[in-house]
Design a protein around this ligand. Sequence first.
Ligand code: KIV
Ligand code: ZN
Length: 526
Amino acid sequence: MTERADDNRVRIFDTTLRDGEQSPGISLNKGEKLEIAHQLAKLGVDVIEAGFPISSPGDFESVEAIAREVHGPVICGLARTGFQDIDAAWNAVKDSERPRIHTFISTSDIHIEHQLQTTREDVKGQARAAVAHAKQYTDDVEFSPMDATRSEIEYTAEVIQIALEEGATTINVPDTVGYTTPDEYRAMWEELYRLVPELAKVVTSVHCHDDLGLAVANSMSGVTAGCRQIECAMNGLGERAGNASLEEVVMLMRTREATLGWWTEVNTREIARTSRLVTRLTGYAVQPNKAIVGRNAFAHESGIHQDGVLKERTTYEIMDATSIGLEANSIVLGKHSGRHALRKALEELGYEVDGAGLNAAFKRFKEVADKKKTVTALDLEAIVSDEMRQAPQAYALETFEVEASNSRTPFARVTVRRPDGGIASGEFTGDGPIDAFFSALNAATGHDAKLREYHVSAVTAGRDALGEVTVLLELDGKTSTGTGVATDILEASGRAYLRALANALAGSPVAEAEHHTDLAARELTP
Ligand code: KIV
Ligand code: ZN
């Protein structure tokens, strides 16, 4: 490959933990956010937008923990222009080796009049004060004129000019509502470069939403115009239809590098694993035909395609599955494998497990290996992340019996271990076996959680595959998700349900995530 020009390096700014976490029903706790952040660092993203610290104490603590523990990428906290927001963002990220404050304010008249209920002049003043205030803390300050693609361009340019005068080092121009088109977005950038020549001296950034399915195309148009940072999220998570999908922009640049010339420092072999982790922890399933990380992205169904690929892979494949880490589905262990082999396999997967953690993982592995002929890397990853997610203070499923037939009302009886160590039992009938099972769990735990969504999928192919269940439930007006893995899908369902219940009881950040957007509508003056 020819020498890569530095000018063509595109920075990857990951916002899975901020914009992505704003998707309804996502309830990541601090440990889960840390796990994702560590994986993002392994993936090699340049910037992790770890959260919106003012939005809740939970979000603040998560950003703070990521700033302290995750090394490599810049760790960024989001803030509106209010000084309290900026102080919170700084306090959360200040222990990072590379802290960044990202401050934003809307420049569209729709937002200024109806949401902020202020004037263009006031917005200019707020932008100036915010960047100046952030600059007292750190040199690395990013500024975004929100809803820029529906703003008058001359006015946006004035606000950007102000942010630059105060020392902003990255200017991000978002398509907040996913409204623009590739040609329009590119033209907007070209005009901004003309109106604000100083833009050429800083990093310019794109942040595109997918409401019309154009987030990736629009992002690439921005890069064509000269932008060298893309804000994106794993699996395309984000507000409403989501953000530009990280795996798509990265693999587009990798696959077409010879023609386009742009490149990133992402280790693409970590893409598949990062996608699976985000799917598992957020409870947001990836559609089977999703580009790059969908189950079928490298599958060939038609005879003609299969025939071609068997003869020569490149006949119908533009990317090699191994380039995103998909060969990780190799068979690694069997039922006679011992503790040492398990530890080695886990190490290869990136998990450092010892002592009590290894004992717990080994016990789970044996349970699975007794029922499954072979345990693949994908199985191990699912088991270990399931085990790691078992909060010590939560309810645990001890025993269950579920009776179902087409002639009798389904019935379930369960026992659960309570957080105080005691055993509680419950029984219930239901419309179906899962309904009866979950009602019995409610009876045993004494909570009246309502099931809102239920998904089951197989970790690998085959009749003995591990089942992975995700539930979304509602308790006292709060929604939360939980995932469970087992060879028996009823057991996986019980685990998922109890975990979602534990998340809801722990005041999981769903309610907080939902108020991220409310916050944007509130009083903004410092
Ligand atoms: O979509 C948007 O405008 C945002 C900003 C906070 C950058 O997420
Ligand atoms: Zn956004």
